[in-house]
Design a protein around this ligand. Structure first.
Ligand SMILES: [Zn+2]
Length: 100
């Protein structure tokens, strides 16, 4: 008897990675005038505090526009998204999904 392979098509979905070992969601601010960037932080308020430190320097007095960088961990998984009632699925507003 010879070995036999069984193939099937599987749809994948994309969701925010909320596993305990996932990378943290982080925030960082960047000055659009000079490109300097503050440290990334899991606390958005702390990340934004860097702006006031940056603009306080005499050479940065006219640096008034900034860009916020938000980094969120995502995961691609085979199969349909977990049902909304699953304890591993965060609320829809916090976990947008995209079907493949
Ligand atoms: Zn600047």
């Amino acid at each position: 008897m010879s070995p036999r392979s069984v193939l099937r098509y599987v749809r994948w979905h994309l969701a925010l990675n909320t596993e305990p070992d996932a990378e943290p969601l982080t925030y960082a601010m960047e000055c659009t005038m000079c490109g300097e960037r503050g440290p990334a932080s899991e606390d958005a308020k702390a990340a934004r505090a860097w702006v006031f430190e940056h603009v306080k320097a005499p050479e940065n007095r006219l640096h008034m526009t900034y860009r916020e960088h938000i980094t969120r961990p995502w995961t691609a998984m085979p199969g349909p998204p977990a049902p909304a009632s699953s304890p591993t699925t965060p609320p829809l507003s916090a976990a947008p999904t995209e079907a493949s």
